[in-house]
Ligand binder design. Sequence first.
Ligand code: FES
Length: 153
Amino acid sequence: MERKQIVKEYSNEDITVIWKPKTCIHSKKCWKGLLQVFNPQNRPWVNMDGASTARIKKQVDACPSGALIYVNKHEDKEKNSTTTNGKLAEGNHVTLIDMKENGPLIVHGNLEIKDTKGNTVTHSNKTALCRCGASSNKPLCDGSHAKVDFKAN
Ligand code: FES
């Protein structure tokens, strides 16, 4: 049984930015890097008119968890899910797990996670897995590592 993940979509003429709230680790990189587009004080919090498409893509590429991805509007989503900001997902069969200092494990590539009830959730590009034990959305990181002052190299 596959469980649907909540996603929010924001578009301009060229791309659609997809935000997966449950995948977000609240690194703040998006709004610290491009507040004109990603402003948590605004509703909706993403303003696709706030910067050029190239600049928005660059900022989305900096998302450490993969909670933000983009798809080019003129390409099909299936193809795009492996060619956007998951650099190693592009034709590379090596799975990279990136250990973030004092934070989660970032898995690069597409994966399915099956929970204890047999539900599966599909993740593409990047997934942040909790290694501090404090997340309330296990096995995904929810940013709680910062609140519990998790320390690990
Ligand atoms: S590593 Fe982020 S909540 Fe545990």
